[in-house]
Write a protein that binds this ligand. Sequence first.
Ligand SMILES: Nc1nc2c(ncn2[C@@H]2O[C@H](COP(=O)(O)OP(=O)(O)O)[C@@H](O)[C@H]2O)c(=O)[nH]1
Ligand SMILES: [Mg+2]
Length: 162
Amino acid sequence: MSNPNYKIVVCGNAGSGKTTWLRRIRGYHFDPKYVPTLGVEVIPFLCMTNHGSYNINFWDMAGDPKFSGLGDGYMVNADACIIALDGSNTSPECNDYWKWHNMYKKMETSKPIITMQMKADMVKKGFMDLNISSKNDDAYCRRPIELVLRQITGFPDLRLIK
Ligand SMILES: Nc1nc2c(ncn2[C@@H]2O[C@H](COP(=O)(O)OP(=O)(O)O)[C@@H](O)[C@H]2O)c(=O)[nH]1
Ligand SMILES: [Mg+2]
C-alpha cells in the first residue's frame, strides 16, 4: 500500500525563515544568505513515523508580495498550513500573521493551521510554544512536522522516527 500524501503550505512574511527551515529539516547546513523565494517551491519530504510513512509536499510560498506569483492559489487543497513568524522582529508589518491566516481561511477549509516562531537563537524569550532556530537546533526543528501530522492524521501519539 502506498504512503498517504499530504500537501502542507508554509507561509509567512518575507525573511521570516521558511526556506531556511525547510532546508534545515532536510539536513542542509544553515546559510546566512537571504535569497527570496519566487512564487512557490514544492519540496517533497518523506516522513517516517511510528504510524507509518507519509509523503509530504511542502509548498514554500514567497513572502514578498513582489514575488507572490499565484499567491493564495498555492493554498488550494492543502491539508494543513504552517505560518512562520520572525521571532527576531516584532514589528507587525514584518509579521503579518492575519494576512496569512485569512488567506488560508479564504479557502473555506477547516484543515489545521499551526504557527512557529523562527530565529529562536536571536530572541531571549519566545512567546510561542514552537520556537525554532534553524541555525542552532537540530532535533527540535522537526517538531512542527510532528505536531502538524498529529493534527492531520488524528494520531495524538504520532512521533517521527529517523
Ligand atoms: N539567526 C538566524 N537567522 C535565520 C534563521 N532562519 C533564517 N535565518 C536568516 O533569515 C534570512 C531569511 O531566511 P529565509 O529562510 O530565506 O526566509 P523566507 O523568506 O521566510 O524563506 C536569511 O538570511 C537566513 O539566513 C534562524 O533560525 N536564525
Ligand atoms: Mg523563502
